[in-house]
Each structure stands twice: as structure tokens, then as C-alpha cells.
Design a protein around this ligand. Structure first.
Ligand code: CA
Length: 461
């Protein structure tokens, strides 16, 4: 099994190659080194699970991690901690999971095959005659396999899209000369890849439904964007900028919004960082080459290290709870990351009288089911923190406003690891005109019941 080890040396080679014109970011060197124990950082006190003692390349989705052992497809169930070993035959590599289906390449079949975890059904998919390469040369999501392959006898690699349901296979790129696309990724109907042209690379996006191509980055000859990853509306990628005037190099992470077309810089540094990002929801896992594997939370801008050391193997994977990563000569780890709670739902009367106590409820859910506490700003220069309560459990607080006015209750939730939600707001009027009118009618109707019937006949109330 070929594992690409990322280290400073490789980065230096990569950098050098970019500027001397021998670019091929895929050709990361495998280095065989003896190491002692990995220094795995359990910051945040989250669960860290070592699932295998071998440094295999794995993939992750929902409750399952998949990896192979030539003729065996191994399916690790995160919930039970048990591994199912499925004999599939052939000579398989790089199984990828999407929901309950696993797709892998079989060198004997010279094509893709599929295994359904629920039904145990095995299906032969397309024969591609792929000459072999890296685990990130294809991705599988939903009904699609997006893959790199050589273009009918030519040296060039091109990107192909295979529809599992219809069997349709489309060649998406036809790159001239020495330009070549690589590192494809997919999320729902959006595909993206890195187009390497001479010394630099840009990101290209393709919409499966509209069949439209978009050049996501098209920057100066001194900036290179690589290793795209998509989730929802966002495509993240590494970038490298060579500042010729100052003779410096900047590294980092950028993100492209598919809807607005806006590009934002997430990380910028003079030391290598933001390498080979993977995004899931609001979490980006990226490496500081040879130093650490880090998580960046787009909501909170938290940026933490989850592994420190130079034996990290690419790729890593994310789902809504875990980061899956492989440490060379050590094994495969699942890191359970922390999500901040959702903004609290606020309920209670939206109007009232001064000096009267009213009841308000606050409820926030934490994806990790961590206990949460609430901060409430009542809008009248008073505020309070509550005690911790269970995620998703409604809590009730009383408040009275002493003066007339329009107030905004603002609340946020914080979990036991210190991750805070965004604010929620709830507007209250003390007193509210409508309430006064309502109270007046209520008083009148109690005394003159005929009036209510009369008014309702004329649809006045
Ligand atoms: Ca949490």
C-alpha cells in the first residue's frame, strides 16, 4: 500500500518543483522511517479511538469506517467497535463509503465494484483500466464516482464522472499539452478538481445538473491553488503565493462560496499551513506539513491541533462527529471533535406590563449531546448565566422589566468544553398597544356579550 507521508522535506520539494517547472503535487515521496509512539493530542478531552493497529488508508461515512486487505473489505462499525470482514475477492484498493454503499477499485477486474452494507449485494461497475495511483485519484458520493484516468492511450490524466444508477460515463476534461487535472472531489451535484498548468494550479468546478464549468480561481502566475474539498456551498483549497517583490512565500487556506462566487482567505502564514484540507459542514481538517493535523471551525474560528508529529498520512476524512486519520507505523485514529451548541430557541410572551414577572423558556441542542449552560441578556442591562442542563432540555427563567419600552432578549448557549453558539433574539414590548386593546375588548365582552357577536358579524374582530 502506497502511503503519502507529508513532511517538511516533501513540502520543500513541492515548492522547489513548482518554481522550477517540474510540478506534480501527486508525487509525494514515501519515506520509510522508524518512529516511536505518536504524540496524539487529546485537547478538548474528546474521545480518541484507535481503531486499527495498521497504517491503512481508510474512508469514513456516518457510522462506518472502511479499509481493505487485498481480497477483504473491512467494515468497522463505530457504534459497536466491531469489524465485519467481507470477502470480495479480486485485488482491491481504496474502498470509499457513501451512506450504506462502498465502492472500490479491483485490479483484477480493472474497474470499480460496489458492495452494499445493508443487503450484502456485490455489483460490478465500470471497467476503466486505471493504471494505478493514489487514493485521492477517485471519490465516491451518492450516485457518482469521480475519477482520474489516462485519456485513451495518451499520457494525460483527465477527469471522468460515472453515474452508478444509469451507467453513464462522461469525460469532463480534455486538457491540452502538459496541463492536467487531478485531485477530484464531489459533493451532491458539484464536482471540483485542481487543474495544473505548467508551474501553477487553479481550481475548476463543474455542475452535474447544469453541465456548467466555472473557473473558481484564476489568479496571478504567482499563486497556486491545490487540493479542493467541497461541502454544501463551500469549496476549500490550499493556496501558495510567491511574493516576487519581497521574495517571500505565503501559505494558507481559501474558501469559495458556490452561490455568491466570493472567495475568502481563512488562513495566511509565512510557514507552510493549510495543506490538503477536507471540509465537512463547518469543520475543516488541514495539516501544517510535518507538524500537526488541525481543525478549524468556520462558525467560531476555533483552530486546534489534534495530532502533532510528522507521521501523518494523507488523506484524512471527516463526518459530523469524527476526524479519521492514519499515522504511519502506528495505526488509524478517530478523533471525536466538539461542535458548539445550536442557538437557543426562546419562547414566552412578546408583550407585557412593567413590573410584572413573565416566564421565558430557552432550549439549545448540542450535536455531541454535551450539557449546555445559557447566557441571557434581558435587554435592560441585566444578564445572567444559568447552571448546566442537558442538551435539548427546556429551561425556564422569570424576568420583569421595570420600565416601559421595547426590549430584545439575547441568549446564547455554551457546552461543557467552552464552545459557544451564535446568539438568538426575542423581542418584547412593555407594554404593547395590541395587548392594551385586547385587554379593553376582553373587559368589554365580559360585560356586554352581545357586542362580541355584533363585532364578529361585521368581521371587525
Ligand atoms: Ca458540543
Amino acid at each position: 500500500m502506497k502511503i503519502k507521508i507529508i513532511c517538511l522535506l516533501i513540502c520543500t520539494l513541492f515548492l522547489a518543483s513548482i518554481f522550477i517547472g517540474t510540478t506534480n503535487a501527486k508525487n509525494l515521496v514515501s519515506i520509510d522511517m522508524n518512529i516511536t509512539d505518536s504524540n496524539v493530542d487529546m485537547r478538548g478531552n474528546r474521545d480518541l479511538i484507535k481503531i486499527i493497529d495498521e497504517d491503512v488508508i481508510c474512508d469514513l461515512d456516518n457510522d462506518f469506517v472502511v479499509y481493505e486487505n487485498r481480497t477483504i473489505l473491512n467494515i468497522y462499525d463505530i457504534k459497536t467497535g466491531e469489524t465485519e470482514n467481507v470477502y470480495v475477492g479480486g485485488d482491491i484498493v481504496f474502498p470509499k463509503i457513501s451512506e450504506n454503499r462502498v465502492v472500490y477499485y479491483d485490479y483484477k477486474y480493472m474497474g470499480f465494484k460496489m458492495y452494499n452494507i445493508n443487503t450484502s449485494e456485490k455489483t460490478d461497475l465500470i471497467v476503466t483500466n486505471w493504471p494505478g495511483g493514489d487514493s485521492d485519484d477517485f471519490q465516491f458520493s451518492g450516485n457518482y464516482i469521480i475519477y482520474e484516468n489516462t485519456d485513451s492511450g495518451l499520457y494525460n490524466t483527465e477527469i471522468f464522472l460515472y453515474n452508478i444508477t444509469t451507467g453513464e460515463n462522461i469525460q469532463l476534461t480534455d486538457s491540452p499539452g502538459e496541463d492536467f487535472p487531478e485531485n477530484p472531489c464531489i459533493y451532491k451535484n458539484i464536482v471540483a478538481w485542481q487543474l495544473t498548468e505548467g508551474n501553477i494550479a487553479d481550481i475548476v468546478m463543474y455542475n452535474i445538473d447544469s453541465k456548467k464549468y466555472t473557473r473558481v480561481t484564476n489568479t496571478s502566475q504567482f499563486e497556486s491553488e491545490t487540493f479542493p474539498s467541497i461541502y454544501g456551498n463551500n469549496i476549500v483549497y490550499s493556496y501558495l503565493y510567491y511574493d516576487k517583490v519581497n521574495g517571500t512565500i505565503l501559505y494558507g487556506l481559501k474558501m469559495y462560496n458556490i452561490t455568491t462566487g466570493d472567495e475568502t482567505t481563512i488562513l495566511k502564514a509565512e510557514e507552510p499551513t493549510g495543506s490538503t484540507p477536507e471540509i465537512f459542514d463547518n469543520i475543516i481538517a488541514y495539516s501544517e506539513v510535518g507538524v500537526s493535523l488541525r481543525l478549524y471551525d468556520l462558525r467560531t474560528n476555533y483552530d486546534i491541533s489534534i495530532y502533532e508529529g510528522d507521521m501523518l498520512a494523507y488523506p484524512w476524512n471527516l463526518n459530523e462527529h469524527y476526524v479519521l486519520f492514519t499515522i504511519v507505523k502506528d495505526g488509524v485514529y478517530l478523533y471525536k471533535y466538539n461542535n458548539p451548541p445550536n442557538p437557543p430557541e426562546i419562547n414566552g410572551p412578546d408583550s407585557g406590563k412593567p413590573g410584572i414577572e413573565y416566564e421565558y423558556t430557552f432550549n439549545s441542542t448540542d450535536l455531541n449531546e454535551d450539557p449546555v449552560m445559557y447566557f441571557i441578556d434581558w435587554g435592560d442591562n441585566t444578564s445572567e448565566w444559568t447552571e448546566y442542563s442537558d442538551s435539548g432540555k427546556e429551561i425556564m427563567l422569570k424576568h420583569n422589566w421595570t420600565k416601559k419600552g421595547d426590549y430584545t432578549i439575547k441568549a446564547k448557549a455554551k457546552d461543557v468544553y467552552g464552545a459557544e453558539s451564535n446568539w438568538s433574539e426575542f423581542k418584547v414590548t412593555i407594554p404593547r398597544t395590541k395587548t392594551t386593546t385586547y385587554l379593553l375588548f376582553h373587559w368589554l365582552f365580559q360585560r356586554f356579550p352581545l357586542l362580541e357577536r355584533l363585532l364578529s358579524l361585521f368581521r371587525i374582530i
